[in-house]
Design a protein around this ligand. Sequence first.
Ligand code: FE2
Ligand code: FE2
Length: 239
Amino acid sequence: MTTRRPSSWLPFLRCQQRSQYPYTSPSNSHTPRLIPTKAENILETGPSPKSRPLTEKEREFLQSAIRVNQAGELGANLIYEGQYAILKCDPRLKPLIRHMWDQEVHHLDTFNKLVAKHRIRPTALRPLWNVAGYALGVGTALLGEKAAMACTEAIETEIGGHYNDQLRTLLDMLKDDKDLLQNGELKQLMDTIREFRDDELEHLDTAVEHDSKDAEGYHVLFNIIRGGCKAAIWLSQRV
Ligand SMILES: [Fe+2]
Ligand SMILES: [Fe+2]
């Protein structure tokens, strides 16, 4: 899959000095990289021989969780890509959005690898999230810096809560289950979700610190975007 070039969509918004920001990887692509670097290889240790096999219900939960997380991280990447295309000329916001986008690139790469490793079917709605995520990023950035930050606040509130829900379910799965506690992959998945949850909540704090709540029509904007994000999560878990 080739990556779209947002600047060619909106040539009138180009900065004089064109951004050289690399998107996901040297291949500049959303497609999974199947050869993970050592630091990113969260599945290096497989389940211990002592760990029991997962039940059908547990397997379904994990497949659905990884699928929806990949979809969510793809959407987040495209939102930041859209915002960056519009706000990259702003010296205050450019490094901020770039930093958050950078973290989303790492999140997406990680879930791409998990999807590939476990042969999980990605959501069929991926093309829709491609368009909707980028349009949301561009649209809110065009409304202004504060609206862009309100978008970030709404998305990260929902995603942070979503990761917390997954952590609670995983903790319930492991609770009092000595066999499953030996499963190194599950433990690493929990550590990954915990780390990404913390990143998302940091993005939320950044948005609030940059006046998200002062955006015009903040409450309407926040609730519409958060509701859309919730619906996207619900759909991506199932379709
Ligand atoms: Fe993320
Ligand atoms: Fe985020």
